[in-house]
Design a protein around this ligand. Sequence first.
Ligand code: TXA
Ligand code: MG
Length: 346
Amino acid sequence: MTVIRGHDVGEAARRLKAGQLVAFPTETVYGLGANALDEMAIQAVFEVKGRPSNHPVIVHVADARAVAAWARAVSTAAKKLMHAFWPGPLTLVLPKHPQVSPSITAGQDTVAIRCPAHPKAQQLLQAFAHITNKNAGVIAPSANRFGQVSPTTSDHVYAEFSKQKTHEIYLLEGASAQVGIESTILDLSQPKAMPRILRPGHIQPKEIAKVLGLKEDEVRFAFSEQRVAQAQDKTQFIPRVSASLKAHYAPSTPLKLFRRAQLNKMLDQAKGQRIAVVGCGPLNIENQVQHCEWLPAEPKTYATRLYETLRRLDEIGFDALWFEQPAQTNAWTAVNDRLLRAAAAF
Ligand code: TXA
Ligand code: MG
């Protein structure tokens, strides 16, 4: 047994202090945590995930006051955003403090920091800070094997790691992740440059722009799809965010994206194949394919249920998953980003 399930926050905090791994719920997805000052524990997280060392991880803190221990400069813009969105699903990339291990930052001069809102994550970070030091940090990548779909329930985490035998993981149980997709990552590390979104999420450019007194189109995404597709040698392309690898968040069943009109034309081809169709809103083609379901045509509710849907359908074992592509509007950017990457693996 290498995953121990439990509800004991104190036990989880003591394990972190002792250099052990703790998976815990956050409002975005479950994280696989370790003490950010314990090099062996950090290495264990990379090992268990099968994560390459050139993918930096996020430091999680209990509150904004702890940031000064991890970032060497905290700009006014950063302070405003922490005040507006923390605790919550926004990760800030800032110049790193000398105490931050290069294995956390993949040797970069910046560090990603987040303060999660989920009550269990908050309790854990506070309990850990209480028994170590007030500025304690916990590194926590999503609690899945590298490249797989992130977990939104404790059962997902158990399914990911129960078969690995190298490390014991304490799985702190809690309510499932409400946001359902990973945090928005905002790069604030270049003091003279405009902030850049490295990974789209629940918190949108227009909300960030409002807090910073900027125009909505001044808060841009750092990588366009085109730029990622054009990168010639993906292994040489050291990503600032692993989300910049096109194929990520992928189920093992081939996934394809279609507009609704295309989907209707494809139904003939679906005959005789085990296809699961997932609509963005009701589809009314139940009798024409092996399996049909739909997610609400509202981006935040859709995001909450996306990863659970991908994992469940993946497990059933269809020949293919056909997803209706949501509208290409700003509100859908984060969901479209995850769907495009899941589809890009095939
Ligand atoms: O919602 C979340 O952020 C979840 C929960 C558990 O907090 N965590 C998460 O971690 O998604 P992970 O490791 O799966 O994704 C972290 C992302 C990676 O894409 C990584 O490249 C990026 O953060 N990242 C970490 N440090 C960075 C840095 N210094 N500069 C740019 N990107 C960084
Ligand atoms: Mg991840």
